[in-house]
Design a protein around this ligand. Structure first.
Ligand code: G3P
Ligand code: MG
Length: 243
């Protein structure tokens, strides 16, 4: 059965990449969560999507220019101010400490496409190992070199490559760089594509699947998982897919 990953937590209904969004994913019955990580100025792994804090908090500036303590002064839920209390940008460690007590799967997307964050891979892997979450974690990035490096550092942790445009022979490419799965933009995904991926034993998890007809299509294709901002809706669509 196609798994449902709550994208940035449950970003459609809750402030993205915050603890309340992750708790909501569990409450909604998602199979897993996806989150994005970067490094603060003092080298802490923080959970945030953009390289700056401008869009998702009430502050402004680059994530890399603030220490973790400084980042704590900003409200990561300010867009939902009428619905939720102040939320802080979480540390990856907080999420891992919590997720251990749940059955959820975890996709950690390394946001190292524009900013290199030299020690990000090692730090993320150390943290996964500290919490013994190797078996239910998939690492991913649009930076494929980073996935090669992760595989080198931790051969037992699953890796996947993110991409927007169609790739030539993705099954060969993904194996050539030593990764396990494809996380494609959904428009590059067709039924024959999914069939071929299955034949090559390569996992396919498209993003970001928010509209009901698109959910139905992806479930019909039998992709391994979807990333969605609306895990509760996706669960309902998955239950009804044969009706
Ligand atoms: O990992 C799937 C998806 O999160 C990739 O795109 O920009 O939402 O991080 P983005
Ligand atoms: Mg992401």
């Amino acid at each position: 059965m196609t798994k449902i990953f709550a994208h940035r937590g449950s970003a459609g209904t809750h402030p993205e990449n915050t603890m309340i969004a992750f708790w909501e994913a569990e409450r909604a019955g998602a199979d897993g969560i996806e989150l994005d990580v970067q490094l603060s100025k003092d080298g802490q792994i923080v959970v945030i999507h953009d390289e700056t804090i401008d869009r998702t908090t009430d502050g402004t500036g680059w994530v890399k220019d603030f220490t973790y303590r400084e980042l704590q002064q900003f409200n990561a839920a300010y867009k939902f101010a009428d619905q939720y209390d102040v939320c802080r940008i979480p540390l990856l460690e907080e999420v891992l400490a919590w997720i251990r007590s749940t059955p959820l799967l975890l996709n950690i997307e390394l946001k190292n496409g524009f900013i290199a964050y030299e020690t990000l891979e090692q730090k993320v892997i150390d943290m996964i190992q500290r919490y013994q979450l190797e078996e239910r974690t998939v690492l991913s990035s649009f930076n494929h070199n980073s996935m090669v490096f992760c595989r080198h550092l931790a051969p037992n942790i699953e890796t996947a490559i993110l991409y927007m445009e169609p790739l030539y022979d993705p099954w060969k490419y993904v194996r050539a760089i030593g990764a396990d799965g494809l996380h494609p933009y959904h428009r590059t995904v067709s039924e024959p594509f999914v069939r071929q991926a299955r034949n090559h034993r390569v996992a396919v998890r498209p993003f970001t699947i928010n509209k009901e007809p698109l959910m139905q299509k992806m479930f019909r294709y039998g992709v391994d998982a979807i990333f969605t901002d609306y895990p509760l809706k996706a669960k309902k669509v998955r239950q009804n897919k044969k009706t």
